[in-house]
Ligand binder design. Structure first.
Ligand SMILES: *Cc1c(COP(=O)(O)O)cnc(C)c1O
Length: 394
């Protein structure tokens, strides 16, 4: 009696189960799909998905890997009404010996925890979810493309499934993970992409949710994106008005970097700071850390002399500054970074009836090229760096 009294929650409440990978149930598909030759981002899903549900009285259910397919959800589910929907974007790559690899995936789990917390969805054990994702990747590993620049995109998602219509936190949830083979997200063979700078509508604001990967951050960008596309721009450069200036925040759903020549011949690499309006990208962090390692002499980035110093700055960048640097011929290049694209050159920026043309119009410059090469080499296990790439073995 004493032993059970110790482990039973008070008031006779049922045991709230943690997310537990050892309870995994695997139901494999009877027939496997043919793997497409080439596909648009997200067009084809792999054979299987991972699904786990959370109920306030019982906690996390036994996780299940099963054939990819639709769900049945109550039409009044919170996710359809108030959007407590959060997600992650990560990738699996093939290593030199054909082994599936993930890149800094613990960072994705930490960010998913913060996103879930921000919209009051139930917490989950990050290590257990990572074990489950690795199992899913191993089961569908034939889907990881081996072609250079291609990989398997992984989309962990948590949605609120509470069916009471009151405007309140969802105390039940569905966590699922599906995967899709991807190639280059944008065609940058023609050089840098054109961006339309927009400040009349904003992606994020101080005190808002732009620093989290929440589904609700993206739909409000679709209309401005359509307008930009009509004007011939591939993505939006999101600005944020601040004390009479316009601060650059992000390029579409990528973090923004600009490389500027210094008077002493070295280079400044500048990106906006994580002040809550910027999504804390894992590619952004990796680029900053690699540039610092080069300047501190701990590595030499490909194609950059060891003596070339690259000073990173996380600080606000205004449109006026960028225009001035461009006019003075100081800009070396600008690029966007993120899991989907790795590093993508920015060619020109439409702002107030004119286009700011950047040297990266012709493609990535020396810094962008070095970062792209090094990041891809780490992701695919061709360059070992601080344990950033882990082999899936479970
Ligand atoms: C996901 C995302 C990024 C890039 O983050 P990574 O972790 O590098 O993939 C940047 N900006 C926005 C708005 C995003 O949603």
């Amino acid at each position: 009696m004493a032993a059970t009294a110790k482990t039973s929650p008070p008031n006779g409440a049922a045991h709230i189960a943690e997310l537990d990978a050892s309870k995994l149930i695997v139901n494999l598909a009877e027939t496997l799909k043919p793997i497409p030759e080439d596909a648009h981002f997200g067009e084809h899903k792999t054979d299987h998905m991972l699904v786990v549900s959370y109920e306030p009285t019982t906690g996390w259910s036994a996780p299940e890997i099963k054939p990819y397919g639709p769900f049945t959800l109550d039409p009044s589910s919170s996710c359809f009404q108030y959007c407590p929907n959060v997600f992650e974007g990560m990738k699996a790559y093939v290593g030199p010996n054909g082994e599936p690899r993930l890149f800094r995936s613990n960072k994705n789990m930490e960010r998913l925890t913060r996103s879930a917390e921000r919209v009051a969805l139930p917490p989950f054990d990050e290590k257990e979810l990572l074990v489950l994702i690795k199992r899913l990747v191993m089961i569908d590993k034939r889907w990881i493309p081996t072609k250079e620049g291609h990989s398997l995109y992984i989309r962990p998602t948590i949605i609120g499934t509470r069916t009471a219509l009151g405007v309140a936190a969802s105390d039940s949830a569905l966590l699922y993970v599906f995967m899709t083979p991807t190639g280059p997200y944008f065609d940058s063979s023609a050089g840098g992409i054109p961006l339309q700078a927009v400040s009349k509508t904003v992606r994020s604001w101080p005190g808002g949710t732009g620093g989290h990967k929440l589904g609700l951050n993206y739909a409000p960008g679709f209309l401005p994106q359509r307008v930009a596309a009509k004007d011939g721009y591939v993505q939006i450069l999101w600005l944020l008005p601040h004390e009479g200036e316009e601060r650059i925040t992000e390029a579409g759903a990528m973090n923004f970097f600009v490389v500027v020549k210094r008077d002493d011949g070295d280079l400044d690499v500048v990106t906006p700071p994580l002040d809550g309006t910027i999504l804390p990208g894992i590619t952004r962090l990796s680029c900053i850390e690699l540039l610092q390692a080069h300047t501190e002499g701990r590595t030499v980035l490909p194609g950059i002399p060891a003596t070339q110093r690259l000073y990173t700055h996380e600080r606000p960048i205004t449109m006026r500054e960028l225009a001035a640097w461009t006019e003075e011929g100081k800009v070396v290049e600008a690029f966007g970074v993120g899991t989907a694209v790795a590093v993508l050159p920015i060619g020109r920026i439409g702002h107030e009836e004119r286009d700011l043309v950047l040297p990266s119009q012709e493609g990535l410059g020396v810094v962008g090229k070095a970062l792209l090469r090094r990041v891809l080499d780490i992701q695919t296990g061709r360059f070992e760096w601080e344990g950033w790439s882990e082999v899936c073995e479970v």
